[in-house]
Design a binder for this molecule. Structure first.
Ligand code: EPZ
Length: 418
């Protein structure tokens, strides 16, 4: 069984160039099937989820060329409109292909999506919106069989500002008949990035990043070249690493305006964060103070994806912090493992009370989902002694070469392949 091994107690020090955003590159790669010409996507992170998405594109009949962080997709040979159930189960974002395939082919047959076990992950908002646009969708034996000769633009109100549902509607609407208005749309930066790529393909999208997005359908789209935004959650994770190890870090390519909620909370806990010509700098040479309460919210509120890394920080802070997880119903899976390392955390429903301890102790722990796994790596860096982390496949879904990145900043971390 593969594991990541960390000898804790070393302050992080150095520079990190933040990888391309997982949650932006996945819908952008799905969008490449909307045209029968070539697109080139730059700054693609080397992640398991990107590999799985490329596998889906290949199975659909697209021709893929990869060179470092660049992925070229030629969708002219796309011959299939179905995605194997096994591949769909590999990750949540596979559902994003539904709108794109429906728009390109007029039909789609995909398995129900998988993803991290952080909650039920329903897709009712996706299906309700696509049905309103004219798609007939039959749910049969774990498959979604969809047909629609021509999607029609309409007004779509999302009961919740779902990131995936907003993206699916955008992908379905760009070539639909007429105009689509999405109200209560998700406002995450990844939505803006997807709209940026689609508009370079010839789409007509206005208002991305606000709660009202308008998409004017066009008959055809063409290939485009686009560079994916930096990953704000990975950047936030490494800022937290500096706070936890009492170190100094410069993040290149990070976009502070994408991370205001987390930067504000880190400053409240004693972090000194400044933007310089070389990037975003953070220093924290004293024990962080606690934070009264963290409530996860849709963007621009505190991101649910930063909740578990931030809880690792709170577990060694001076005082008590409270967390309320409002987005996913099962996103405290990291708590038991942090407690195994000496953290003092009590969970009650969607709330967790974290009483900071002077220090954590190394232990054998297991990652059960992506961001919880990152939290365990952070805790291991701050802990006394050795920590062994299994479940590395979850961490590799979102963090590119995490052990290489951190060891280049002085952390004693390695991956053991068994
Ligand atoms: C995206 O997931 C991200 N994943 C998640 O990041 C992120 O945590 C989440 O947005 C919220 O920001 C990708 O972009 C690939 P949602 P998504 O639809 O689209 C409910 C990570 O660690 N909901 O905004 O699945 C849902 O149950 C991952 O990188 C419905 O009820 O999130 C949840 O409670 C984890 N019905 C809430 O909305 C629906 O049809 C937010 O989900 C859709 C969603």
């Amino acid at each position: 069984m593969n594991k990541i091994v960390v000898e804790g107690g070393v302050p992080i020090s150095g520079e990190i160039t933040v990888q391309g955003a997982k949650n932006a590159v996945l819908p952008i790669l799905a969008a490449t099937v909307l045209t029968d010409s070539c697109s080139i996507i730059h700054n693609c992170p080397r992640l398991r989820d990107v590999e799985k998405t490329v596998q889906i594109l290949t199975d659909l009949g697209c021709n893929i060329k990869r060179c470092g962080g660049d992925i070229e997709v030629d969708a002219s040979g796309m011959k299939d409109c179905g995605i194997d159930e096994r591949l769909m189960r590999e990750m949540r974002s596979s559902i994003i292909f539904l709108g794109a395939i429906l728009s390109r082919c007029g039909a789609a047959e995909v398995g129900m999506p998988g993803g991290c076990p952080i909650g039920l992950r329903p897709i009712d908002l996706h299906l309700k919106a696509l049905r309103k646009m004219g798609a007939s969708i039959c749910e049969d034996h774990g498959y979604l069989k969809c047909e629609c000769s021509r999607l029609k633009g309409c007004s779509i109100h999302l009961d919740f500002p779902s990131v995936g549902a907003t993206e699916n509607v955008m992908l379905a609407a760009v070539r639909a008949d007429g105009e689509t208005h999405i109200t209560n749309a998700a406002r995450e930066p990844e939505i803006i990035d997807l709209a940026g790529f689609l508009n370079k393909m010839g789409a007509r999208i206005r208002g991305a990043g606000s709660s009202m997005v308008t998409i004017e359908g066009v008959p055809l789209l063409h290939g485009a070249e686009y560079a994916v935004m930096p990953d704000r959650i990975v950047a936030e994770t490494y800022l937290i690493a500096a706070m936890m190890t009492g170190g100094e870090l410069v993040l290149r390519a990070a976009v502070p305006s994408h991370m205001q909620a987390v930067i504000s909370a880190l400053a409240e806990m004693g972090g000194r964060i400044e933007k310089s010509h070389s990037g975003l700098c953070i220093k924290c040479h004293r024990r962080p103070g606690s934070i009264h309460i963290i409530k996860t919210m849709p963007y621009p509120g505190f991101p649910t994806d930063a909740q578990s890394p931030f809880m690792a920080l709170a577990s060694i802070a001076d005082g008590t912090s409270v967390f309320v997880e409002n987005i996913f119903e099962n996103r405290f899976r990291h708590v038991d493992e942090l407690v195994r390392m000496g953290a003092d955390i009590k969970v009650e429903g969607r709330s967790a009370v974290v009483r900071g301890v002077r220090s954590l102790c190394g232990a054998n722990v297991c990652a059960e989902e992506l961001r919880g796994g990152a939290a365990l790596v952070l805790a291991a860096m701050a802990a006394e002694g050795r920590t062994e982390i299994t479940g590395t496949e979850f961490i590799d879904r979102g963090y590119e070469d995490i052990e290489g990145t951190l060891s280049r900043c002085g952390i004693k971390i390695k991956r053991v392949i068994n």
